[in-house]
Write a protein that binds this ligand. Sequence first.
Ligand code: SF4
Length: 224
Amino acid sequence: MTNIRISKKEKEKIHNIIEALNREYGTENRCFLDHETPWQLLIATILSAQCTDERVNQVTAKLFVKYPSLEDFAYADIKELEKDIHSTGFYRNKAKNIIACALRLITDYGGEVPRDIEDLVSLAGVGRKTANVIRGNIYNEPSIVVDTHVKRVSNRLGITKEEDPVKIEFDLMKKLPMEQWIPYNIQIITHGRSICSARSPKCEQCFLRDYCTYGKQLYKDKRK
Ligand code: SF4
């Protein structure tokens, strides 16, 4: 990764955004996916690809009762598991990955979910996004999860111009103070759901409008 220079103006803008986010949403850690154990969060996160957290929580409420242990997933009947997770979409791939992932956790990691990113991304169905969910939520390791909200809102705010999730993650890690990485995820997901939605951002009500590239441009255009 190349070193990037951050101008004084950009630093000031990011500082103002962080202050506003902390004021509005607080900095407490929270997880949007229901779980009781690390491996349950891993499975829930695999299921959350291209699916809403709300739907995943509906599915896992029954799934974790039917499959109460990691072994139950590792030795599950794939066709039955496919049926059980059908409504989360991409169910064939997800079922295959969940079984493979659960087996690896048992055989290579003694049934524990690893902490290192390299170990996590070596598991079936686990990319950097899922790995960072685990690191942030289970191990409290500073990490940035680039989901659809973090991508969209960070682009609109003008904090990053990158489009690729991995490049966005590295860009944000350079620009945001480390202690803000986990809160930023939670705050931006909350903001993306409530105010800065994909289809109709409510810029006129938004407390970030003064610092937001998209919001400022929108008002400039309206005044013309
Ligand atoms: S000003 Fe508009 S685009 Fe910018 S963060 Fe707020 S809602 Fe999103």
